[in-house]
Design a protein around this ligand. Structure first.
Ligand code: NIG
Ligand code: FE
Length: 379
C-alpha cells in the first residue's frame, strides 16, 4: 500500500493506445509523432471508480434537507424516501432519459481523471426496471471510451409490495430476473445490499449462489449500517470486493486477510451521511489492501469526484497519499477485474493516463482538496 513507484524527469511512450515504454528521459526515444511536454507536472494512471450507481432519474436533495433537519438515512428510507424513492422515478423515466443523464455524469467523472467505471442497477426493483437499467449500462459501455463494468443489484432494497414477502422477491430475482440478464449478457457482477433493514446474510447467500450459477462474481454492499455479516458472506462466496465496511472489527479483518476479496471503502458516503469512517488505517496496518471509490448515487454520495475521495481517504481515514493513490488505481482496478489492463503505468497496459497541472509533490494532490488539478486526460 505504501509503495508507489515514480520516476522524476521521465518519458512515457504510447503507441496504438498502449503503453509502449517509460523510463528516465536520458533513455527516451529520439522522436515521436506527437510530443506532450509535461514539465513540472505529474502523469498518473487514470482512476478506476469501482463502485457507482450513476444510472438514475432525478435527484434527492429534498432528503438531503431532511437530513439537515436531523432525520437519519434509515428514517428517510422508512418514510418511503431513499432507494424506493429513486425506484419510483426510474419507473417513469425512459431509457433515453436515463442514458442522457448518466452520460453527463460519466463526462464529469472523466474530467476528474476517471478512466474506468463500474455501474450498478438497483433502482429498478422490478423485472422491467432492472432490465431497463442494465440495458442503459450496456449502451453506455458501447458508446463510451471509458471502460465500464456492470453489476446486477436487484437486491438493493425490497420493493414496497414485497416488504412482507421476502420469499416472493427472492423468487422473482433468482428465477426471473437473473436468467434473463444472463441470457442477454447484461451483467458482469452480482451485488446485494447486505445490511440491517435490507438483505440478511442468508438471503444474500442464496442470491450470490444463484448469481454464481450464471457466472456472476459477487461485489457486495456490506457493513455500512451495522456488523451485518455481509463481509463474511461475501468472502464465503469469493466476492471480488466487499464495499462500504464502516463496521469492520478484528474478526472481519481476519476473515478478509484470508481471502481474495478486495475491501473497498467509500469515504464520500461517510462524509455525506455523517457516518463514521471505515477503519482504513487499522485494516492496512493489519496487512490488508484497500480500494476506494465514489459510490456516486443520488442518496448517499451525489458526487463522482475521485480526487475528493482520495483527499478524504487521507484527511479522514489517515491514509498516506501513496496509499490513497494505490487504492484509487491498481486496487480499485482489481475490484472491478480490470487490473490486467488498467490501474498502473505498466508496459502493455492501456494508455489511459491523466496529466496534472504543475504540482510541487504527490501530497499536494490530496492536500488541495476540492480543486481539480487534472489538466489533460488521455484515453
Ligand atoms: O451505496 N447502501 C446502499 N446503496 C447506496 C445508496 C443508494 C441510495 O440511497 O440511493 C449506497 O450508499
Ligand atoms: Fe453503493
Amino acid at each position: 500500500m505504501k509503495t508507489l513507484p515514480s520516476i522524476e524527469n521521465a518519458f512515457l511512450l504510447i503507441e496504438n493506445g498502449v503503453i509502449k515504454a517509460f523510463g528516465p528521459t536520458s533513455v527516451a526515444p529520439e522522436r515521436a509523432d506527437e510530443i506532450i511536454d509535461a514539465t513540472g507536472k505529474f502523469v498518473f494512471p487514470c482512476w478506476c471508480d469501482s463502485h457507482t450507481h450513476i444510472v438514475y432519474a432525478g435527484s434527492r436533495e429534498n432528503e438531503f434537507v431532511d437530513k439537515i433537519h436531523g432525520l437519519s438515512y434509515e428514517e428517510i428510507a422508512k418514510r418511503g424516501g431513499g432507494i424506493v424513492n429513486s425506484a419510483l422515478r426510474l419507473a417513469n423515466a425512459s431509457e433515453e432519459e436515463l442514458f442522457d443523464a448518466a452520460w453527463i455524469r460519466l463526462e464529469e467523472m472523466q474530467n476528474f481523471g476517471t478512466g474506468a467505471v463500474e455501474i450498478k442497477s438497483g433502482y429498478g426493483l422490478s423485472y422491467e426496471g432492472e432490465l431497463k437499467m442494465l440495458r442503459v449500462i450496456k449502451r453506455l459501455k458501447e458508446k463510451s471510451k471509458l471502460t465500464i463494468k456492470s453489476s446486477f443489484l436487484g437486491a438493493h432494497s425490497f420493493p414496497a409490495e414485497f416488504k412482507q414477502n421476502h420469499e416472493g422477491y427472492l423468487d422473482l430475482l433468482i428465477n426471473r430476473m437473473l436468467p434473463q440478464i444472463a441470457h442477454e449478457g447484461l451483467a458482469d457482477f452480482i451485488d446485494v445490499f447486505c445490511d440491517r433493514g435490507f438483505f440478511s446474510p442468508d438471503e444474500t447467500d442464496r442470491i450470490l449462489q444463484a448469481g454464481a450459477r450464471h457466472g456472476l462474481r459477487p461485489k457486495i454492499h456490506a457493513n455500512e449500517l451495522d456488523y451485518s455479516g455481509g463481509i463474511e458472506v461475501g468472502v464465503k462466496n469469493n466476492a471480488l470486493s466487499v464495499d462500504h465496511l464502516e463496521f469492520t472489527g478484528d474478526e472481519q479483518i481476519e476473515v478478509l486477510r484470508n481471502s481474495a476479496t478486495m475491501p473497498t471503502l467509500l469515504p464520500s458516503t461517510a462524509f455525506f451521511l455523517g457516518l463514521h469512517y471505515s477503519p482504513a488505517r487499522k485494516m492496512i496496518d493489519a496487512g490488508l489492501p484497500v480500494a476506494i471509490a465514489t459510490d456516486y448515487n443520488p442518496g448517499s454520495s451525489p458526487s463522482g469526484n475521485m480526487p475528493f475521495v482520495v483527499a478524504l481517504a487521507c484527511i479522514k481515514m489517515k491514509m498516506l497519499p501513496e496509499e490513497a493513490v494505490n487504492a484509487a488505481t491498481l486496487n480499485s482496478a482489481y475490484a472491478m477485474d480490470v487490473e490486467n489492463e488498467l490501474g498502473s503505468v505498466t508496459v502493455g497496459k492501456k494508455a489511459r493516463v491523466f496529466i496534472t497541472k504543475p504540482l510541487s509533490s504527490l501530497a499536494y494532490l490530496p492536500y488541495s482538496f476540492g480543486s481539480n488539478l487534472v489538466e489533460q486526460i488521455i484515453i
